[in-house]
Ligand binder design. Structure first.
Ligand code: NDP
Ligand code: 8X3
Length: 263
């Protein structure tokens, strides 16, 4: 007779789940039976996604509304879940953005601060709060969302690229700090991704400038979510360190075949 085993329910924390890659990732983990803690600044979007995922997949969904650039807000948010979630199995460090696309001599300081504070300091703030729980549990998996821009530069991408090079360095160094605690540290580095608000945010809501995917087919947010879930679902002895992924029409940051979308 087969022994009946209780199913172990895992918990994932996804930052920046109100749109794009984070939303697709939160949805995919919920679909696969994970309890999902998701974060972002837009309360209405979190509420809408929470009600959709709870209704559709019947898993526990917690939404935490805070600005990842503010360390006090990060600490408060993580403290609010610590009693219920002693163990976070997977942390997806996804919240991030690009602001502007200008040569360095014309760049806006405010844009630079926003990117550095969100993409580097925000990632560090949440990691500082969640990684001790993983060390205590002697298990866990951190998956950072980097970019092709973290591996090569392109004209006017200066500070955004610098923040993603920093993410790459943090992925590598966090792995050195944490592998002895049985914690995997991985990274996904996508090229252009649609079904996101990335371009709209980069160009300050200018819809015309944000139309950058009309003449080629980029990746979708689901393609990246699938990759993140694949990384998270490997057997415990396997750590995928980095996945550099681009659409078939992109060969590098500076090489895109813009001769029409794939039909
Ligand atoms: P979106 O703009 O669709 O999503 C960004 C997410 O980050 C949103 O949920 C947003 O939530 C959150 N976020 C931004 N700033 C903050 C903040 N200060 N505090 C809390 N949350 C914040 O873009 P993507 O899905 O494309 O971006 C996700 C990640 O993927 C980013 O790290 C980006 O650099 C990376 N990436 C994107 C690519 C692309 O072409 N789209 C390619 C390669 C990497 P809210 O606004 O509610 O706070
Ligand atoms: C987003 C991709 O090429 O716009 O990280 O920097 S790119």
């Amino acid at each position: 007779m087969k022994e009946k085993k209780d199913k172990i329910i895992k918990t994932v924390l996804v930052t920046g789940a109100t749109s794009g890659i984070g939303k697709a990732t939160a949805t995919l983990f919920a679909k696969n039976g994970y309890n999902v803690i998701m974060t972002g600044r837009r309360a209405a979007k979190l509420k809408e996604l929470k009600s959709y995922l709870t209704g559709k997949y019947g898993v526990d969904i917690v939404s935490l509304c805070f600005d990842i650039r503010n360390y006090e807000e990060v600490v408060k948010a993580v403290n609010s879940i610590k009693r219920k979630y002693k163990k976070i199995d997977v942390l997806v460090n996804n919240a991030g953005l690009a602001k502007g696309l200008s040569p360095v001599h014309e760049g806006k300081l405010e844009d630079w601060e926003t990117m550095i504070d969100t993409n580097i300091k925000g990632l560090l703030y949440i990691t500082r709060q969640i990684s001790p729980l993983m060390v205590e549990a002697n298990s866990g998996h951190i998956i950072n969302v980097c970019s092709t821009a973290g591996h090569e530069v392109y004209p006017n991408g200066n500070v955004y690229s610098a923040t993603k090079y920093a993410v790459d360095a943090l992925t590598k160094s966090m792995r050195l700090d944490l592998y002895k605690h049985n914690i995997r540290v991985s990274q996904v580095s996508p090229g252009h991704v649609e079904q996101t608000e990335f371009a709209l945010v980069r160009f300050d809501g200018d819809e015309k400038r944000a139309k950058i995917y009309d003449d080629f087919t980029p990746l979708t947010s689901k393609d990246v979510a699938d990759t993140i879930y694949y990384i998270a679902s490997r057997p415990k002895h396997v750590n995928i360190q980095d996945v550099l992924i681009m659409s078939s029409q992109q060969a590098g940051s500076n090489f895109i075949n813009r001769n029409g979308r794939i039909v």
